[in-house]
Design a protein around this ligand. Structure first.
Ligand code: ADP
Ligand code: ASP
Ligand code: MG
Length: 297
């Protein structure tokens, strides 16, 4: 069994989603697909939250743009027999879920900061909830999972952390005895272990979700599918001479992640390194490229 994580660019367009479909369908073992929100959507959800908090109605047309983008993607990639149902799901998330959350922030001037934070977390979770609905509908026979049911966080006095033990146990229960070949879950989003309210693993956290699932289930490998040919000597956006590194140890990769290589979210490597699970970094837009494998000491 392996875990495949597709980032925002990889699920952001018709062309990229067709690659995702081909990559998943080419697997001849059980796969758990972990998805980010459509590229740019998390930023938009946060920007709309800020507008609503500032009582600026400019969030409304932005929300319609987000809705239209999702509906257009459904027309392009979801098989016809599942399009109407999938569109209905997205429309409900936007017109009932998100629209009410934003209206609440927009209309009220005296909300407690803690309440606003909780509403903001509930809002931002919709990016992955909507992308996963589309990816599930796109893939024949895919089984949907809801990550907040098994990825749990806890708040300490100073920060929000993963409740690792509870998450491991619930993740095993969620996927144990499942024999279907393709499963889909949201990256990034989680729930508070005590209250059940939506939380998340921090920006870029979908990589971490995939690693947590891979480690809990003793997966054979974790594949991070992104928009570059592999883990490179530098960020290719900043350094055009950057080269793909074919093989790295967990430690070498960790040093570069800690120094800001955002191709992998820094907390991702520890759970898979502890289990010796190899991590592949591959390009959704160029699947033939060998990519990078991270393994060993
Ligand atoms: P995703 O949405 O797939 O998670 P990210 O934008 O989070 O993608 O990460 C991929 C990006 O990371 C690349 O487009 C690249 O610009 C950037 N990046 C930064 N450092 C590196 C590096 N050392 N190797 C590869 N990519 C890097
Ligand atoms: N969608 C989230 C973000 O933009 C999580 C992720 O992409 O990994 O930060
Ligand atoms: Mg990322």
């Amino acid at each position: 069994m392996k875990v495949l994580k597709f980032g925002g660019t990889s699920v952001g367009s018709e062309q990229s989603l067709n690659h995702v479909k081909a990559i998943v369908e080419a697997c001849n073992e059980q796969v758990i697909v972990v998805v980010s929100a459509l590229g740019g959507v998390t930023n938009q959800l946060i920007q709309m939250t800020q507008l609503a908090i500032s009582h600026d109605a400019a969030y409304e047309p932005m929300l319609q743009d987000v809705k239209n983008r999702h509906l257009q993607i459904i027309d392009a990639v979801v098989p016809e027999e599942r399009q109407q149902e999938c569109k209905g799901v997205i429309e409900a998330f936007i017109d009932e879920g998100l629209a009410s959350f934003y209206a609440l922030l927009y209309a009220n001037r005296d909300l407690a900061p803690d309440f606003v934070d909780r509403v903001s977390d509930a809002i931002v979770a919709h990016g992955e909830i909507m992308s996963s609905a589309i990816v599930t509908a796109m893939l024949d026979g895919a089984v949907p999972h809801f990550s907040p049911n098994f990825i749990k966080t806890a708040d300490t006095a100073t920060e929000r952390i993963l409740d690792a033990e509870l998450t491991k146990q619930l993740t095993r229960e969620e996927f144990a005895h499942r024999t279907e070949p393709i499963h889909v879950a949201q990256g990034f989003i989680a729930a508070d272990a005590k209250t059940g309210e939506k939380t998340n693993l921090g920006r870029g956290g979908s990589d971490f979700t995939a690693a947590i699932i891979a480690a809990a289930l003793d997966a054979d490998s974790l594949e991070i599918w992104t928009d570059v040919d592999g883990f490179m000597t530098a960020d290719p956006r900043k350094d055009p001479t950057a080269q793909v590194i074919p093989e790295m140890t967990y430690e070498q990769a960790q040093v570069m992640c800690d120094a800001g290589a955002k191709v992998i979210y820094a907390p991702t490597l520890a759970p898979v390194a502890a289990k010796g699970i190899p991590v592949w970094v591959k390009n959704t837009f160029n699947p033939q490229a060998p990519g990078t494998v991270i393994q060993g000491n």
